[in-house]
Design a protein around this ligand. Structure first.
Ligand code: COS
Length: 382
């Protein structure tokens, strides 16, 4: 049983405590799913998460718009990640993919949210390019105005849900100004003529991932999200919400590693006594526990700050993501060590966690980018 004492922290309201119990119960009954065919597994997960109401939290309700509750997003991600990394992925990508529409979409664009929340449409966020990952302002993909339409040309890569998504939120250069101020965001349905999947990408913790291509793909002007030139700020605002939730997923992986380690050291005998009696093992457990609690404090501080209506939580979200993903890597590494040979045995939980945690220090802003963001805000006095 995972430590739940954090739920008593003042960051939460009673509705969060109820939700935490419900999502725990749901996860225990439904997860993990078989990962053999990740496309099929993700489709099934999105369907189930939508059917049972969890995706209602991942995007705003077009019928009664409010704000995304970041504490709720984090609690769900933390719990799903503890049970099944692919379930966390499926939940998170619905939110990230639909994020720009939730925050900035027109009434017509928000109609898509009914389908993402119901698990009937799969969403994707298409920002990175082969030549610009961390340096977003340097993107090359273009959206050229042609009367009342835009023509999309270029490539995006590392696109989660690429290949199974029903629509993509795509960022492209519209040229109002050089750099960050000349980028706009578009809602692009996957059946658009001129859109194709250029390559499916395999990674160490498999999930749907692709390089996608646009060749003379024409979309109506009404597909633009926000105003011309607002794309960079839209992308950053979406990441402001979802970066803390990446920290929450890392926290879920780390908690699982700690739970598994506690169970092991209590029962596994070494030198005539349970491993837990060895002080070197106790030191590992203590360090893991401190990292888990410190990560949780940063994650839920960032989520709470955003939910309190602070418009930009860039620094808090960056700190939460940086620390939680980095420390989770270390917690899991220690847990692998405590599991000995079983820690690296294919198909076992520790081996899975060891693979699943790694990408979180890279996607949605690599650790180095988070450091730049934090340092800039500190130096600017903000
Ligand atoms: N919310 C709203 N506006 C923001 C913002 C935020 N969180 N962050 C920056 N902006 C605004 C800035 O205020 C600035 O506008 P003004 O000139 O009007 O003030 C504009 O956007 C440009 O910002 P900045 O000068 O910081 O841009 P940079 O090109 O220097 O940004 C980093 C650099 C590295 C911080 C940025 O490119 C980044 O976050 N990269 C990582 C991207 C990422 O996460 N990729 C993964 C894709 S998802 S898997």
């Amino acid at each position: 049983m995972s430590d739940k004492s954090f739920l008593a922290w003042p960051f939460f309201e009673d509705r969060h405590r109820v939700l935490a119990k419900d999502v725990e119960r749901w996860s225990a009954a439904n997860l993990p799913v078989a990962h053999g065919d990740v496309d099929a597994a993700c489709r099934e997960l999105v369907m189930k998460l939508g059917r049972d109401g969890w995706l209602d939290h991942s995007a705003i309700d077009p019928a009664s718009p409010g704000n995304l509750d970041v504490r709720t997003l984090c609690l769900i991600r933390e719990t799903l990640a503890r049970y099944d990394g692919l379930a966390d992925f499926a939940f998170a990508m619905q939110g990230l993919g639909a994020g720009a529409i939730s925050l900035f979409g027109t009434g017509e664009q928000r109609l898509w949210l009914r389908r993402t929340r119901a698990g009937k449409a799969i969403a994707a966020f298409a920002l990175s390019e082969p030549k610009s990952g961390s340096d977003v302002a340097n993107m090359e993909m273009t959206a050229t105005r042609d009367g009342d339409r835009y023509i999309l040309d270029g490539e995006k890569t590392w696109i989660s849900n690429g290949g199974i998504a029903d629509f993509y939120v795509v960022f492209a250069r519209t040229g109002e100004a050089p750099g960050a101020k000349g980028i706009s965001a578009f809602l692009v349905p996957a059946d658009l003529k001129g859109f194709s999947i250029a390559e499916r990408i395999d990674v160490i913790a498999p999930h749907p991932l692709a390089r996608i291509k646009f060749s003379n793909a024409r979309i109506p002007g009404s597909a633009m999200i926000g105003a011309p030139g607002d794309g960079f700020k839209i992308a950053m605002s979406v990441l402001d919400v979802f970066r803390s939730t990446v920290g929450a997923a890392a926290l879920g992986f780390a908690r699982r590693a700690l739970d598994e380690s506690l169970a092991r050291v209590r029962t596994r005998e070494l030198f005539g006594a349970p491993m837990s009696e060895l002080q070197m093992v106790q030191a590992q457990i203590a360090e893991m526990a401190v990292d888990v609690d410190a990560a949780a404090l940063l994650v839920y501080r960032a989520a709470w700050t955003k939910d309190m209506g602070v418009p930009r939580v860039t620094r808090e979200a960056a700190m939460a993501k940086l620390f939680a993903t980095d420390r989770a890597q270390d917690v899991i590494d220690k847990a692998v060590q405590l599991h000995g040979g079983d820690g690296v045995r294919q198909g076992r939980i520790m081996e899975r966690l060891y693979r699943e945690i790694r990408a979180l220090r890279i996607y949605e802003g690599a650790s180095e980018v988070q450091k730049v963001v934090i340092a800039r805000q500190m130096l600017a006095g903000g």
